[in-house]
Write a new protein. Structure first.
Length: 194
């Protein structure tokens, strides 16, 4: 919440690319961030509005992103394609499809930081794989913060931060943490036999 400035930090600072976010305007900060929440959110409006509410990119770019997120076929099958209205926040789509729309929205925005908050907790294995493949291939210039309980979700991370009771108890590259005898991450791996 503090990263999005929904809750200000009580002490310390949050730096993005060496810049303290407290000194950045809220609109500029939030335009650099995207989130894929556990419960995906689609808005009442067109497909295009859901992906690019400020109309900042061309239709060709939207279609390109839909292809990357493996939603092109689905959207092309809709009665008015990009102009199809999503009633009741897209209730006709599955949770997995909604998550892919949230991923596509992040791709359209070309965000600098993507927060995945248990983003694959409620999706099938195929959608989970699509999300991770797209993040791995398409967001190479983006910082991706993955909040997860499932170890498979963090398999390709550069750095793992282990929290316990709201405090950081361990941090480092997965290879280092997994071989740290007696460490928190190594214990979690052993318990889950991964």
């Amino acid at each position: 919440m503090s990263l999005f400035s929904a809750v200000r930090v009580c002490s310390g600072e949050i730096l993005l690319d060496g810049v303290n976010i407290a000194g950045v305007s809220l609109s500029r900060l939030r335009s650099s961030l995207a989130i894929i929440p556990q419960d995906p959110v689609l808005f009442t409006g067109t497909v295009r509005f859901n992906l690019d509410p400020k109309s900042t990119v061309s239709d060709d770019e939207v279609w390109s992103v839909l292809k990357i997120a493996q939603l092109e076929e689905l959207v092309r099958s809709l009665p008015q394609q990009l102009d199809t209205m999503l009633a009741n926040a897209g209730e006709s789509f599955s949770i997995g499809q909604k998550q892919l729309f949230c991923l596509a929205r992040a791709l359209v925005r070309k965000c600098r930081v993507l927060v995945m908050d248990e983003a694959t907790a409620s999706v099938d294995v195929e959608t989970d794989q699509i999300i991770h493949d797209v993040v791995q291939r398409q967001l190479t210039d983006c910082t991706v913060i993955i909040i997860a309980h499932r170890l498979s979700t963090i398999r390709n991370c550069d750095v793992i931060v282990v929290l316990s009771d709201g405090r950081v108890v361990e941090m480092g590259p997965p290879d280092q943490l997994s071989t740290n005898a007696g460490g928190h991450f190594a214990k979690i791996l052993a318990e889950n036999q991964l």
